[in-house]
Each structure stands twice: as C-alpha cells, then as structure tokens.
Design a protein around this ligand. Structure first.
Ligand code: NAG
Ligand code: NAG
Length: 207
C-alpha cells in the first residue's frame, strides 16, 4: 500500500516537473532573444530573420555581375526586393529554421540554384559562372507561348498572353502561372508579365 502510494506521488511530482519545464520553455520562446555585444544570436531559428545573417554586401558579392552591360535585366534585381519577398515565407520557416548556420546553408542552396538558372556566363568567365547569376529575368527567345490547351477549362490562356519562362527560377505554362498566381494573390494567368516586371513577385514565385 505504502509502496503504491509513494510510487504515485513520485509520478505526480514527475508530471508536475515536466509541465513546469514546458511552461518555462514556452515562455523562453516568447520572450528571450539572446544578444551578444548587441547582436542577436540565432540559435533556435524563431528569433531571427534572414537579414540577421545575410546582408546586402553578401548579395552584391554573390551577384556581382548582374548589372553589367551583357546582362539582360539591368537594375531589375536587388537585395531589398529579395528580403521583401522572403518575408512572406520567413514565418513558414524559409531561412528561419534550425539556427543561423542552417539558414546560411539554405540561402546558399537557394541562391546558388537561382544563380545557375539565371546565369549569362558559361565556362571560365571571370568570377565563375555563378557570379553572373540574376542576369536574366525571362527566357529570351521563346519558341512557343507555352499555352497548354488541355487546361483550357480550368486555366484558360489569356488572349495574347505568353507563358514562357520568367522569374528567379523559371515558371512556364498557363497551368503553373495560374497556380503561382493563386498562391501569391496576383492574377498571373491573365498577367504572366507581372513576373518580369516585379522582382518581388519573381523572387516569391521561386521561393
Ligand atoms: C509546370 O507544369 C508542367 C506541367 O503542367 C510541368 O511539367 C513543369 O515542370 C511545371 N513547372 C514549372 C516550374 O514550370
Ligand atoms: C510587386 O509585387 C508585390 C508583391 O505582390 C506588391 O506588394 C508590390 O506592390 C508590387 N509592385 C508593383 C510596383 O506593382
């Protein structure tokens, strides 16, 4: 009898302790942002944003050649637009999950992918081909308008609209423009050209 009683007290105490720990953790997550010498320390992910560890000079180094004369979209892409675009996805975990190092790796992977898809240099160009990333925002000589008629009831192509590749990672076809437009609350089915006019949208569609 005494045995059973003390075991159940022990279990109760254990339960209480773990509940307390949970509460304490919960509070930590709400309020505690660690700082070292005035700088936020990103250990959890939830307290940081991409601009805490990825800044304009890094963006400029990565895409150093994007505004040179051979680029096809001079002045289109910039750091601020990327950060604005990313802000839509940070609350969902983009660049904010798993701590600072993980965030940096994620940015490197994402932007490396973007650079490889938008590069206008091949082989042994100065700085390597990736330094020439973001020098396109669209497919230059589309061979067709990428209107898939089999989607004509659900996603009818808009007269005159062309669904060739656009963006930081290219979107093609009426179907994909429509899906991206629904996600981004922009009428991309009727205005696919928004992606080559608005760099925020162009980054958001890629992210
Ligand atoms: C777009 O849609 C087609 C099929 O409708 C698919 O093959 C293609 O990979 C999609 N993705 C992009 C990014 O265009
Ligand atoms: C570009 O797209 C973003 C995101 O949808 C929007 O907030 C912004 O107003 C657009 N900019 C212009 C110039 O239309």
């Amino acid at each position: 009898m005494v045995m059973i009683w003390s075991v159940s007290v022990f279990i109760l105490v254990l339960l209480a302790v773990s509940t307390l720990a949970l509460v304490a953790n919960g509070e930590n997550k709400m309020i505690k942002v660690k700082k070292v010498k005035g700088k936020k320390v990103c250990t959890q992910g939830w307290e940081c944003t991409i601009s805490d560890y990825f800044q304009v000079d890094q963006f400029e180094q990565l895409f150093a050649k994007r505004n040179t004369p051979i680029a096809h979209d001079v002045g289109f892409w910039d750091y601020q637009t990327f950060i604005t675009a990313a802000a839509l996805y940070e609350p969902l975990g983009f660049g904010t999950t798993g701590g600072k190092l993980m965030g940096q790796k994620e940015m490197a992977a994402f932007l490396g992918h973007v650079a490889s898809k938008t590069s206008c240099a091949y082989g042994v160009a100065t700085g390597g081909p990736l330094a020439w990333g973001l020098c396109y925002n669209r497919e230059m000589s589309p061979m067709q308008s990428y209107c898939d008629e089999s989607w004509k009831y659900k996603y009818p192509c808009s007269p005159g609209a062309e669904y060739y590749g656009r963006g930081a990672l290219r979107i093609y076809w009426n179907f994909n423009y429509s899906a991206a437009g629904e996600a981004l609350k922009a009428d991309l089915l009727n205005h696919p050209e928004y992606i080559e006019q608005n760099a925020t949208l162009a980054f958001q569609a890629a992210i």
